[in-house]
Design a protein around this ligand. Structure first.
Ligand code: ARG
Length: 588
């Protein structure tokens, strides 16, 4: 379905043409002054020069051709030359009914489905997930769902940090603690145990201990670097330990993501890319794309138009070790081989922007990706505490993701306990659903690139621009629909008829924006636009609800039209929160 503003633009185009002006002037937008009109067109202003006429005269000309059009209830020329528009009720109702009859609520599927990879999550194996990974997971999941809703083929790749120095550290520490294990016996020929020599909690204790110890003890650090090198060069015993680390850790990571309603299609890691690296480097050298700079192999990526210095992309250190950028380039080679993506979107902390600028340029320059492959960096800001500093636990430590989730769920549970009518189990589940909405909406309602303050009190409130408020609104609608059905009515074949009151019209107009908002959120990769929209929509609904007798309405035809409007409002809200990555309970 077309967007409603496109339909009105078409109307205006006709009017411009009939009045003797260029139809291309007729661009219609949402009103800047909702108190005066619903939509507006500034084309008369734009055309004034070409036609050597006062814009107001042009506007009046055009308006005279809009008078008898049913889709426009009122069109007015206002000085200096705006055209203010109010839409016809039946036209709006008709648009809503068409939306209701469409399985995608009027959101057209793309004509040209792309293969899109979203690289997000990025947790590091053996290190607990912390709130820094929260944003990537939340934003990435939403971006993935938005792309999918548009009809693209989308794959989410978790891109585990499962390679490198942290692994050498763990191996070294384990060897220190349990030297008798077969992994460390160089003469061991047999199979290694299937059971890991540590639990997840031990693992989580080993890594920070080793990391701290290495900072103080040079020879230990050397040993860990050596172990890293040996692992990367295929040491049998270390590879077996590494596999244990990955298995145990990934199990835990999956659990955490599940709590966040985040799901990945691909569980690839940095380690998977390693096999491609030697050939890739050979190729760079052979084609003269990389050169040696003080012993290190680099690719120049600066461009003439740069306004700031973009250092070369480092491919290999003088000691032969590869780097973060090397892995990202090799990963792109594999993605090209496996999926030929049209777009790759990276949802990563914005402090890594330079890294990705270098990688993207190097990938284009060396032909790893096609000229028209879109590589996109979606950098996000920091999640801060109320003190404006990066979010910490009360004791000042790094907040672990699962603790944060548990804290929010408890908070929601307490709030619900105050006036609750459901049993223990339902209350538990519902508070988890609302808790998730609180966290996700709190994050997504901010523009990704901005830092924001994670404010537990505000985010868990049922009032204001919050996740719980949105869910509360949806539940309110569901409850009315339920009662309506319990009164013996059916929800089938209901149609919106037109608005009786201002608040009803306002709600109808909000609902109609759905496909426009979704398309914008997609083109701008901007989940926060969906949040802003559902907040407006929820407000419009609540205003309508407070001003209207719905279940007590005696005029049954009128009531049916109200219920039709409620149904489509609920469907739009639920579709929107689905793209944000959370759901609404049946009651709360
Ligand atoms: N593991 C990295 C980190 O914790 C994030 C990975 C981002 N994705 C990528 N392709 N480099 O910082």
């Amino acid at each position: 379905m077309k967007q409603i503003v496109e339909l009105i633009t078409m109307e205006l185009s006709e009017a411009f043409e009939r009045a003797g002006y260029d139809r291309a002037l007729a661009k219609v937008t949402l009103s800047n002054r909702p108190d005066l009109c619903e939509y507006q067109c500034n084309g008369a202003m734009a055309g004034a020069k070409a036609y050597k006429k006062a814009p107001y005269i042009i506007a009046e000309d055009v308006v005279s051709y809009l008078k008898e059009r049913s889709c426009i209830a009122a069109a007015e020329a206002v000085k200096p030359g705006f055209i203010n528009i109010k839409l016809g009720e039946e036209f709006v109702a008709d648009f809503l009914n068409q939306m209701a009859g469409d399985e995608n609520l009027g959101l057209g599927r793309t004509q040209k489905p792309e293969t899109i990879i979203v690289d997000y999550g990025g947790p590091n194996v053996a290190k607990p997930l912390h709130v820094g990974h929260l944003r990537s997971a939340i934003i990435g999941e939403s971006v993935k769902r938005i792309c999918r809703k548009m009809g693209h083929k989308v794959l989410g790749d978790v891109h585990l940090g499962d390679w490198g120095y942290q692994m050498g550290l763990i191996i070294t520490e384990l060897k220190k603690r349990k030297p008798e294990l077969p992994y460390f016996d160089e003469s061991w020929q047999g199979e290694y145990p299937e059971e890991a020599p540590f639990t997840i909690s031990e693992l989580e204790e080993i890594y920070p201990a080793a990391s701290a110890y290495a900072k103080e003890h040079e020879e230990y650090r050397e040993e860990a670097l050596q172990a890293t090198w040996m692992l990367q060069n295929g040491h049998r015993g270390y590879t077996a330990v590494w596999k244990h680390i990955v298995t145990i850790s990934v199990r835990d990571i999956k659990n955490n993501y599940k709590k966040l309603n985040v799901e990945f299609e691909l569980w690839k890691g940095e380690s998977d890319a390693q096999k491609v690296i030697p050939d890739m480097i050979e190729d760079f050298k052979k084609k003269g794309q990389a050169y040696l700079d003080e012993g290190a192999l680099v690719i120049d990526v600066k461009e003439e138009t740069d306004t700031k210095e973009i250092p070369p992309c480092l491919i290999q250190k003088s000691d032969g070790a590869s780097l973060y950028g090397t892995t990202d380039l090799a990963t792109l080679i594999q993605r090209e081989e496996d999926f030929q993506p049209d777009r790759v979107i990276y949802v990563v902390d914005k402090r890594q922007e330079m890294h990705f600028t270098q990688v993207f340029r190097a990938a284009k320059k060396t032909g790893i990706v096609r000229e028209d492959t879109e590589l996109r960096f979606l950098g996000f800001g920091t999640m801060n505490g109320k003190d404006g500093k990066p979010f910490k636990t009360r004791e000042g430590g790094v907040m672990r993701l699962e603790n944060l989730i548990a804290e929010i769920n408890d908070e929601m549970y307490k709030k619900m306990a105050e006036n609750r009518m459901v049993d223990e189990e339902e209350a538990g589940n519902t508070s988890k659903m609302i808790g998730l909405a609180a966290i996700k909406y709190g994050d997504l309602s901010n523009q990704a690139a901005k830092d924001y303050v994670f404010d537990v009190d505000r985010f868990t409130s049922f009032e204001g621009n919050t996740g719980p408020y949105i869910l509360y609104t949806i539940v309110r609608i569901k409850s009315i629909l339920n009662k309506y059905q319990k009164q013996g009515n059916s929800l089938e074949e209901l149609r919106c008829m037109g608005a009786c009151t201002d608040s009803e019209k306002a709600l109808m107009l909000e609902v109609c924006k759905y496909n426009m908002i979704m398309e914008t959120a997609f083109t701008e990769t901007a989940p926060h636009k969906i949040c802003a929209y559902i907040y407006d929509l929820a407000n419009a609904f609540n205003r309508f609800y407070h001003e209207t007798k719905i279940l007590a309405e005696e005029d049954k035809e009128k009531q049916k039209s109200y219920i039709a409007l409620l149904l489509i409002t609920r469907n739009v809200l639920e579709s929107c929160i689905d793209t944000l990555g959370f759901d609404a309970p049946e009651r709360m």
